[in-house]
Design a protein around this ligand. Structure first.
Ligand SMILES: Cc1cc2nc3c(=O)[nH]c(=O)nc-3n(C[C@H](O)[C@H](O)[C@H](O)COP(=O)(O)OP(=O)(O)OC[C@H]3O[C@@H](n4cnc5c(N)ncnc54)[C@H](O)[C@@H]3O)c2cc1C
Length: 495
């Protein structure tokens, strides 16, 4: 069987353009025509400025070098995410979720050992920020690039969302994707429910064999047309709003190479460094704080830098559709679902969803044979990421507001997360527990350790831990290792 000859993507946000690039790249040689229609009136969500390391694979697949896309998108390197204020446990008031490096092998193992000792009542140092190279690189504002071409380091990016969209648009159109501006006013279906065509407000009809719904939170095709239910995650992810505002960089300082996600009274604030500015925002729950109060709180958090800066208010639909691929339509991006941006996973889920869709379609001879398996796998990915994000809230130890107390107390955690917490807390075999869940967890062993240990989830009463590597010893070694890495600004300018 041959691939669908006409693919129509509805939506020109990051999801639409990422899907266009990947689908065209994969099937251009087989004569597949890809068209993308977007509404100039509706616009894009315009946020989403941090990635996971998966984005490196996305650009590698397209054959686009960092020097070609990073300057065009004001992009910077990201060594990990720092989380100040989530925990009140002494010594664990801030921690880092680092990206992991070959160079971490020795000290990383020491960290796992220390975390286990502490879990079982011995006072070994176990804050991940003291044991991972990426944390030290971020502390020194260095790039994840080694002057001596030492062991490979993993990393991700920060970028201007609108500029990334524009860059991918140009790339896709240059590779033969047809771009149409227009607002979809009506969707035409075949008798069996498959989508036949979309009709634009100007009367134009766009027909296709396969439709990709990238229309954002509204889910124009997947929800509104095909009636696929949306399953909210509101019972364990409370945040449903955000307010965003940019601030200026401090010119005299090097550019940070990490995202900072600071816990505030009713949610958390991101700070994402670009080469041109900081992107900032406060993600919060409308059940606990009003939009006005949240904006005031963000302004107070940012201080003088936010004076006179206009704020953008956003609503978030958190959850996922029941089935991402239904009839001849696959939903990608905010249309398929969204897990609040604490771990900056949305672009990763877009990329993985498209890649897995291509795989499922090809493996099924371009028919729907693997549709249900695809839906199960994408649901598993969403739920794996959700559990990891929920765990941050579950492990918080703040007492200042009902918001934080409610996040800790509600009973709505998955069996999987409940079991991980139980094994950790009673000093059981955490490794075996991680292995038992396998790839469904989405996050690997170091990430789970970094989160549980980083929040200071340990017994209060501790006995001495003779012989354990101390934080000071580990930091001394990391300091020497980090000296071999480029300054962040230097690496960005030398690109
Ligand atoms: C507060 C916040 C912070 C975030 N932070 C991150 C982050 O750090 N990292 C990350 O990976 N992700 C993040 N995200 C998610 C990220 O922004 C999105 O996943 C990404 O931008 C993709 O959006 P999209 O393309 O699905 O939707 P949108 O950007 O909303 O695009 C929708 C498109 O559909 C078109 N459209 C809609 N209706 C019609 C119609 N009737 N006719 C024609 N076209 C139509 C619009 O014109 C638009 O082009 C964040 C999201 C939010 C809300």
């Amino acid at each position: 069987m041959t691939p669908p000859q006409q693919i129509l993507i509805v939506g020109g946000g990051t999801a639409g353009w990422m899907a266009a690039c990947l689908l065209r790249q994969r099937w251009a040689a087989r004569g597949v025509a890809v068209t993308l229609v977007e509404s100039p009136e509706i616009g894009t969500v315009g946020v989403g400025e941090g990635s996971t390391p998966y984005l490196r694979g996305f650009f590698a697949t397209l054959g686009i070098a960092e020097r070609d896309w990073m300057p065009a998108c004001d992009a910077t390197y990201k060594c990990g995410i720092r989380f100040p204020g989530w925990s009140t446990v002494p010594g664990y008031e801030s921690y880092v979720h680092p990206f992991f490096n070959e160079a971490d092998r020795e000290l990383g193992n020491q960290f796992f050992t220390n975390a286990c000792l502490r879990r079982r009542g011995q006072a070994a140092d176990a804050n991940p920020q003291d044991f991972f190279l990426a944390a030290e690189l971020a502390r020194q504002r260095r790039a994840p690039h080694d002057l001596t071409e030492g062991p490979a380091t993993d990393y991700a990016y920060h970028f201007d969302a609108s500029k990334l969209g524009a860059f991918l648009h140009t790339h896709a159109v240059g590779r033969g994707v047809r771009h149409v501006e227009g607002t979809v006013a009506r969707v035409e279906q075949h008798e069996n429910g498959d989508i036949a065509a979309v009709h634009l407000a100007n009367g134009e009809r766009l027909a296709a064999d396969l439709f990709v719904d990238c229309s954002g939170f509204k889910g124009l095709l997947i929800n509104e047309t095909l009636g696929e239910p949306f399953l909210p995650f509101a019972d364990n992810l409370f945040n449903d709003r955000a307010v965003a505002m940019p601030t200026a960089l401090v010119e005299s300082e090097d550019i940070p190479s990490e995202t900072v996600s600071t816990a505030l009274r009713h949610g958390w604030a991101w700070q994402i460094p670009l080469t041109s500015r900081y992107g900032n925002g406060y993600v919060y729950s409308s059940a606990f704080v009003s939009d006005d109060e949240a904006e005031c709180e963000l302004r107070a958090h940012l201080g003088a830098a936010a004076e006179g800066v206009e704020a953008r208010r956003l609503r978030m639909r958190v959850g996922r559709v029941a089935r991402h691929w239904s009839h001849n339509c696959v939903a990608i991006g905010l249309a398929q679902g969204f897990i609040e941006p604490l771990e900056a996973t949305a672009l990763m889920l877009i990329q993985l969803s498209v890649e897995q869709f291509i795989g499922a379609l090809e493996a099924g001879d371009f028919g729907p044979r693997h549709r249900e398996a695809y839906n199960r796998r994408v649901n598993e990915m969403f739920e794996g990421v959700r559990d990891y994000v929920v765990a941050h809230y579950r492990l918080n130890t703040r007492h200042d507001t009902d918001y934080w107390r409610a996040n800790r107390a509600h009973p709505n955690v998955s069996d999987r997360l409940a079991s991980l917490l139980d094994v950790w807390d009673r000093g059981g075999d955490f490794e075996a527990e991680l292995e038992r869940h396998g790839p469904a967890l989405m996050y690997l062993r170091p990430s789970w350790y970094a989160l549980f240990a980083g929040m200071g989830r340990f017994p209060a009463e501790l006995r001495p831990a003779p012989g354990a590597v101390t934080a000071a010893q580990a930091r001394g070694r990391l300091g020497r290792m980090a000296a071999a890495f480029f300054s962040h600004r230097g690496a960005l300018m030398g690109r």
